[in-house]
Design a protein around this ligand. Structure first.
Ligand SMILES: *Cc1c(COP(=O)(O)O)cnc(C)c1O
Length: 386
């Protein structure tokens, strides 16, 4: 195995950032294509900047985020946080006690690591379900998470969502929804109601997923519970500061369902273009995905010898795609614990600059190179970490 620890994951991410920096220096911003769907945009206006230099910043933007946040998520009270993970942690700190259980229903495991890690931090047990028939709560379950759309964009059905809420309501257990990408994918693409409108107590979304905002967490929910979460967030410095909140407000004002819907229809063409080479390529709501298992399968088909695990093959694929073709995907730049699946998100801004044929060609060449290094540990390590 080439990736054995969080440290290896951090080293890979840093190697990827070095590659991006060197592309920027030689070719400029047009030298790479960020197709992660995580834009990290910072669309503040020039008049906003002046406000950030005074005490007016928090006064103005904390107020504005209440309005636009409620339009997006529903609920009574909005809280802006540094990340979705920060919001998940703040909810667990506020609601869960040592010895409690945190249960989680999601359309397909694994969960985002922030949920089990937060449970562990407060000394609670954690249980995860991805089959609705099996979902259950115990007497000591004090918080239930629902994931609306997983890291790989598997979407919960409205029926399953409502079923989990029903089970929790019957026992008075609060429900928090990890709707990082789901707040847009579920509602815009699949026309599901907002999480809070289906009875969730808390919903949290990521302002850089499928929208052109900064990396940040936007949470909304019922007044009383939000007051508790907010107080924990402030105690531990999890809340977003005025500059981040300002950018979140502007990004929410600019939110355009059209781009997401266009990506939803453009993905078929990309899948077709990739199908010749990758028989197991899958469609996601706004793009395509090649799982680590799919990559391993293709290598086996052509009898490539390798001792590498499927995740390592996916990380290698992502790093070659970046180094040779300037295409950024999450397995190259993601935080530790992020999914190893190669996902192309056509709702990303940079998707306008690159066509399906070009992406398919880059995938083909990347696969050929992967095949040539899959049995060469030294070369593989160089690609991952140097
Ligand atoms: C992205 C994501 C998160 C974490 O978002 P951060 O802003 O990186 O903390 C949590 N859950 C899911 C399902 C996600 O897709």
């Amino acid at each position: 195995m080439l990736t054995n620890s969080i440290i290896d994951e951090v080293n890979r991410r840093e190697a990827a950032l070095r590659v991006i920096k060197s592309i920027l220096q030689t070719k400029g911003r047009k030298g790479f294509y960020d197709l992660t769907g995580l834009a990290g945009g910072f669309p503040i206006l020039s008049e906003d900047k002046a406000l950030l230099e005074t005490y007016a910043g928090p006064a103005v933007f904390d107020d504005a985020i209440q309005t636009v946040g409620k339009i997006h998520l529903g609920g009574d009270k909005v809280l802006a946080l540094n990340r979705t993970s920060s919001g998940i942690l703040a909810s667990v700190l506020a609601i869960v006690k040592p010895g409690d259980e945190v249960a989680h229903y999601l359309p397909k495991s694994p969960a985002h690591p922030s949920i089990p890690r937060s449970a562990e931090l407060v000394g609670a047990s954690y249980i995860e379900f991805d089959k609705i028939e099996e979902f259950k709560v115990e007497d000591n379950t004090s918080l239930v998470f629902i994931t609306g759309s997983t890291m790989d964009h598997e979407i919960i059905t409205q029926e399953d969502f409502r079923r989990v809420i029903e089970i929790c309501k019957a026992k008075n257990i609060p429900v928090a929804v990890d709707d990082a990408s789901g707040a847009r994918l579920r509602t815009i693409v699949y026309r599901q109601p907002r999480a809070i409108d289906m009875g969730a107590d808390i919903a949290i979304t990521s302002t850089d997923k499928l929208m052109d905002g900064p990396r940040g967490g936007l949470m909304s929910g019922k007044g009383e519970i939000m007051q508790l979460v907010k107080s924990k967030a402030h105690q531990f410095g999890l809340e977003a500061q005025a500059p981040l909140v300002a950018a979140m407000v502007r990004a929410l004002e600019n939110l355009s369902p059209e781009k997401i819907l266009m990506a939803f229809s453009a993905k078929h063409e990309l899948k077709e273009a990739l199908n010749n080479q990758f028989s197991m390529v899958k469609e996601t709501p706004t793009g395509i995905m090649l799982t680590p298992e799919a990559i391993e399968f293709e290598l086996r088909q052509i009898e490539t010898e390798t001792d590498l695990e499927s995740d390592d093959l996916a990380y290698l694929f992502a790093m070659i795609l970046l180094r040779d073709h300037g295409i950024i995907t999450i397995p190259a730049v993601g935080m530790p614990g992020a999914s190893a699946a190669i996902r192309i998100d056509l709702a990303a801004n940079d998707a306008e600059r690159i066509g399906s044929k070009e992406i398919a060609e880059a995938f083909k060449k990347t696969f050929t190179k992967l095949q040539s290094v899959a049995n060469n540990e030294e070369e593989s390590k160089k690609i991952l970490y140097s």
